[in-house]
Design a protein around this ligand. Structure first.
Ligand code: PLP
Length: 474
C-alpha cells in the first residue's frame, strides 16, 4: 500500500516513510491510495477475534513494510488487558436496547487517545531501532493529547518527549497525570501563556528547519496517519459487538473536535464495514456541525473559540477534515489544495452548499451532525445517571445528546464513542450530580505525588534552548 497527499503531490510513500511525519511536503495530509475492501467472508472470519488479532488483520491491509510477524507482535503487546483494563479492550455498555456506549477510555490516561497513541509508541520504538535513529517529540497540549503521548512514549528507546502546556490551566487531575511521570525521557514544559501560545511555539520551533533537522524534532499530533489507522479498528470491534450477523448495520456517534476520531469511522465505512450513519457531535464550537448542515466550512478566530466544559472539543478548525473533503471531491487534489491552501488562509472559509458533492455527505458517506451546549451536557449526565446508573464524561455527554436526535428505538443500533472517563473532568460532574466521579484505584492521591515540570516564558527561543540542553544528540 502506498500513500498520497490530499493536495495532489504525485509522489507516493510507504507506511514507514510517513509514520514519523506530520504534513506531506505540499501541506496536505496523507491517505492511502485506495481503501482496501472487506467482504462478507473476511467479516465472518474477523467476528470474534481478540482485539489485538483484529488490529493486526486491519493494519496488515495498510502496512506492507513491516514483516507480518513483527506487526503481529507489536499489536499483541499494545492491546493487552493489563494496559486497557479488560480482555475485550473496548467493551460495549448497553444503556437501553439498541443504544450503547463503546468504552474507549480505559487505557493509561483515561481518554480514547490512548487507543492510538499506545500503538504509536510501539511503532516508533520499533522503527527508530530499525533505522538506528532517535526522535525528539515536541507537542502542545491542553490536556488529553499530551498525557496520552507521554504515557505511550515513557521509557521507550530512541524517543524523548518535550510537551508544552499552558501553565496552571489544565485540570488538577490532568496536571497530576502528566507531571507525576518520573521517566527520564519525558519533559514537561509549562508555558506562561495559553494553549495558543504553546501551539505557536511548536510551530516556530518546527518551522526552523535547521533546528528541526539537527535535533530530530517530530510530532505525534492528530493528523498522523498511524494514529488514524489505529482508530479504525475499534469501529470494527464495536460493530461486531453490537450485531449478531454481518447483514446488520450500525450507526456511530462521535464527540468530535479535530475530526480525527470520526475520520477513522469514515475510513472503516469506505472499507465496506456496514455503517449506517456517522454522526458528528460538537459542543458550542460547532465548526463541523455548521458544515454538515449548510456546506459552509468557516474557521473560527481564536477569540471566537469558546472555552467549554468539554474542552477537548474546543477547536477553531478541524485539522483532519481535509481528508474527508478530499474523498468527497472525488479525490481531486487540485480542488482540495484550492479550498484548504491559499483559499482558506485568505478568507477563512469555503462553501460547498451549492455543490452537488455536498449532498453526498449524507447520501453516499452517511454523515449527520448536531451540537450540544453546557446545559445539554449537564442534563444528559443527570439523566444517564438517574436512568441507567452510568456516569458519563462531558464529551461523551455531547455525543449522547446528539445521538438521541439521530436514533430511533428499533432502528439501526447506535454506538456512542466514550471518549474520556468522568474523573478527568470532575468539576462538571460535581456541577451536574453534586458528587465526585469514581476514581480508578491506580490514580488514588495522584495530585500529591512529586511533580516533574519546568516553567518557561512563552518564548520559542527559550524552548529551543531547553531542548538543546536536555537532549544528548546534536
Ligand atoms: C481529543 C478528544 C476529542 C476529539 O477528538 P477528535 O479526534 O479531535 O475529533 C473528544 N473527546 C475527548 C475526551 C478527547 O480527548
Amino acid at each position: 500500500m502506498k500513500y498520497l497527499s490530499t493536495r495532489g503531490d504525485p509522489q507516493r510513500r510507504s507506511f514507514c516513510e510517513i509514520l514519523l511525519e506530520g504534513l506531506a511536503p505540499d501541506g496536505g495530509l496523507y491517505l492511502p491510495e485506495r481503501y482496501p475492501q472487506v467482504d462478507a467472508a473476511m467479516l465472518a472470519e474477523w467476528r470474534g477475534l481478540p482485539y489485538a488479532e483484529l488490529a493486526w488483520r486491519i493494519l496488515s491491509l495498510y502496512i506492507d513494510d513491516i514483516p507480518a510477524a513483527d506487526l503481529r507482535a507489536i499489536c499483541a503487546r499494545t492491546y493487552t488487558a493489563e494496559v486497557f483494563g479488560t480482555p475485550e479492550i473496548v467493551p460495549l455498555k448497553p444503556l437501553e436496547p439498541g443504544l450503547y456506549l463503546e468504552s474507549l477510555s480505559n487505557g493509561p490516561t483515561l481518554a480514547f487517545k490512548d487507543m492510538a497513541m499506545q500503538l504509536l509508541g510501539n511503532l516508533f520504538e520499533y522503527e527508530l531501532a530499525r533505522r538506528g535513529e532517535q526522535l525528539n517529540v515536541l507537542g502542545a497540549t491542553s490536556g488529553d493529547t499530551g498525557s496520552a503521548a507521554e504515557y505511550a512514549m515513557r521509557g521507550k528507546q530512541g524517543v524523548r518527549v518535550f510537551m508544552t502546556s499552558p501553565h496552571g490551566r489544565m485540570s488538577p487531575f490532568q496536571q497530576a497525570q502528566m507531571f507525576s511521570l518520573q521517566d527520564e525521557n519525558i519533559h514537561n514544559i509549562a508555558i506562561e501563556g495559553v494553549f495558543d501560545d504553546c501551539q505557536d511555539i511548536v510551530k516556530a520551533v518546527s518551522g526552523d528547519l535547521d533546528f528541526k533537522r539537527k535535533y530530530r524534532i517530530g510530532t505525534v499530533n492528530s493528523i498522523n496517519w498511524a494514529r488514524l489507522l489505529a482508530q479504525v479498528v475499534y469501529y470494527f470491534a464495536g460493530y461486531f459487538e453490537a450485531t449478531r450477523s454481518n447483514g446488520e448495520r450500525v450507526s456511530f456517534t462521535v464527540p468530535s473536535g479535530n475530526f480525527g476520531n470520526i475520520c477513522a469511522g469514515h475510513v472503516a465505512r469506505q472499507m465496506g464495514l456496514p455503517i449506517h450513519r456517522l454522526v458528528v457531535a460538537t459542543n458550542e464550537n460547532d465548526v463541523l456541525d455548521e458544515f454538515f448542515r449548510t456546506g459552509t466550512y468557516r474557521v473560527r478566530a481564536a477569540r471566537d473559540t469558546v472555552e467549554t466544559s468539554s474542552p477537548s472539543m474546543d477547536i477553531s478548525k478541524a485539522s483532519n477534515f481535509e481528508r474527508f473533503v478530499f474523498d468527497l471531491l472525488g479525490r481531486d487534489g487540485e480542488r482540495t489544495r484550492a479550498l484548504f491552501g491559499t483559499g482558506l488562509v485568505a478568507s477563512g472559509r469555503f462553501d460547498l452548499g451549492a455543490d452537488p458533492a455536498f449532498r453526498d455527505c449524507a447520501r453516499h458517506y452517511g454523515f449527520a451532525s448536531g451540537r450540544s451546549t453546557h446545559a445539554d451536557r449537564l442534563a444528559v449526565i443527570r439523566d444517564t445517571w438517574q436512568r441507567f446508573g452510568v456516569v458519563v464524561d462531558p464529551h461523551t455527554a455531547d455525543g449522547l445528546k446528539v445521538a438521541r436526535e439521530h436514533w430511533q428505538p428499533g432502528g439501526a443500533p447506535m454506538v456512542v464513542l466514550e471518549t474520556a472517563l468522568p474523573i478527568k473532568f470532575a468539576a462538571t460532574i460535581v456541577e451536574a450530580l453534586g458528587r465526585e466521579p469514581e476514581r480508578p484505584a491506580r490514580f488514588a492521591g495522584i495530585e500529591s505525588r512529586p511533580k516533574r515540570v519546568d516553567v518557561l516564558p512563552a518564548d520559542a527561543a527559550l524552548v529551543k534552548d531547553y531542548i538543546a540542553r536536555h537532549c544528548g544528540a546534536a
